[in-house]
Design a protein around this ligand. Structure first.
Ligand code: GDP
Ligand code: MG
Length: 370
């Protein structure tokens, strides 16, 4: 979009921001240095100084999505798959997540106390897999609302003694809309009434045809309770990862998404971030949603302090000036000044939007005030 803040415009036309703020005041607008001006407002003010505004497509540097660019193929390397678990209530999503975490995390790291930070990583055959702990539906709803893609693969849990239920169908629709590959976990196979064939049959009606039946969908019978079949599921996740070739560039400034965030009495704003590209480091100047700061401390899913976090790694950070929201994007900047500028501009825009006012000073608002 073609917009500038008062500060940016001042710089461009070699004036003091205070002068522009005064000019806007005389036009009836109370503005700050971070106030965003649209093209017409820029032209009007620039015109007052005899400056003609050239047509230029300017990147809106306060839109965090513009930093989610893809890197050159040669700079990209393999990264862990990011997995979400979905399915009908009581079909075993939580049990499966806990079971994977308990068997795999403690197995790999003796003495490691698992932290509940909203996501965790396990190692299977020497390769990492990232699981999002957030309810699949919530993750997908947030993703859809914000257009942010965070999940690579979804595990559809269907209880073998219950079959396809309304939320099973809902989950399939979410995954299809987001174009995320589905692996079906046919759960509760330890139960007397378990019937995997029935689940396969019912899912055929929703376009998920098992490989055994000539389709392309991977079905894994398992028991989240006994742990039977979980290794198989993890291997299938690795297989899909190999086919899809999920990649990222660890040698750039980090960008990603907030998994969860809250205010902690002792530590202040605490946010779990999923690094999606680049490497996040201690001390990085960062904008997270409408807040900003410097990464003060980082803790991984095993409760250990870390100095950096690469692609697909969930990490809990402190050092933000405010609490962001789940689903918010984050971007690391070159220097603190830029992070502060972008963060404050975003906070300002959000505040104005929240008040139900126009976030941008347009010609109409200028004249409305006269
Ligand atoms: P969610 O609502 O999908 O998160 O389901 P939960 O994980 O809370 O599981 C619902 C119930 O099913 C709980 O009582 C679990 O103990 C039980 N359950 C989950 N997985 C299995 C399984 O593989 N076998 C058996 N027998 N029970 C299971
Ligand atoms: Mg649950």
């Amino acid at each position: 979009s073609e917009s500038l803040t008062v500060g940016e415009l001042a710089k461009k036309i070699y004036r003091e921001p205070s002068e522009i703020i005064k000019k806007l005041f005389l036009l009836g607008v109370m503005a700050t240095i971070n106030q965003v001006l649209d093209k017409d407002a820029i032209e009007l003010i620039a015109g007052e100084y005899g400056v003609e505004v050239e047509e230029e497509i300017k990147v809106d540097t306060t839109d965090l999505e513009v930093y989610f660019t893809e890197d050159a193929a040669e700079s990209q390397v393999e990264r862990p798959s990011v997995v979400t678990i979905m399915g009908h209530v009581d079909h075993g999503k939580t049990t499966l997540l806990d079971s994977i975490r308990n068997t795999k995390v403690t197995e790999g790291e003796a003495g490691g106390i698992t932290q509940h930070i909203g996501a965790y990583q396990v190692v299977e055959n020497g390769k990492k897999i990232t699981f999002l702990d957030t309810p699949g539906h919530a993750a997908f709803t947030t993703m859809r609302a914000r257009g942010a893609k965070i999940t690579d693969i979804t595990i559809l849990v269907v209880a073998a003694d219950d079959g396809v239920m309304p939320q099973t169908v809902e989950a399939i629709n979410h995954a299809k809309a987001a174009e995320v590959p589905i692996i079906v976990a046919v759960n509760k196979m330890d139960k007397e009434a378990a019937n995997a064939d029935r689940v396969m049959q019912e899912l055929t009606e929703h376009g998920l045809v098992a490989e055994a039946w000539g389709g392309e969908t991977i079905f894994v019978p398992l028991s989240a309770k006994t742990g039977e079949g979980i290794d198989n599921l993890l291997e299938m996740i690795l297989l899909v990862g190999e086919v899809e070739e999920y990649k990222a560039n660890p040698n750039r400034k980090a960008v990603g998404t907030v998994i969860e965030a809250q205010l902690d009495k002792g530590r202040g704003s605490v946010a779990t971030l999923l690094v999606q590209n680049g490497t996040l480091k201690i001390g990085d100047p960062i904008v997270v949603g409408n807040t900003f700061g410097r990464v003060r401390a980082m803790v991984n899913d095993k409760g250990r302090r870390v100095k950096e976090a690469g692609p697909s790694t969930p990490v809990e950070i402190t050092g933000l000036s405010d609490v962001p929201q789940a689903g918010d994007r984050f971007v690391v900047f070159e220097d603190e000044k830029t992070a502060r500028h972008v963060g404050e501009a975003r906070a300002q825009t959000a505040l104005v939007a929240q008040r139900g006012e126009k976030s941008i000073v347009s010609l109409e608002t200028l004249f409305d005030q006269l």
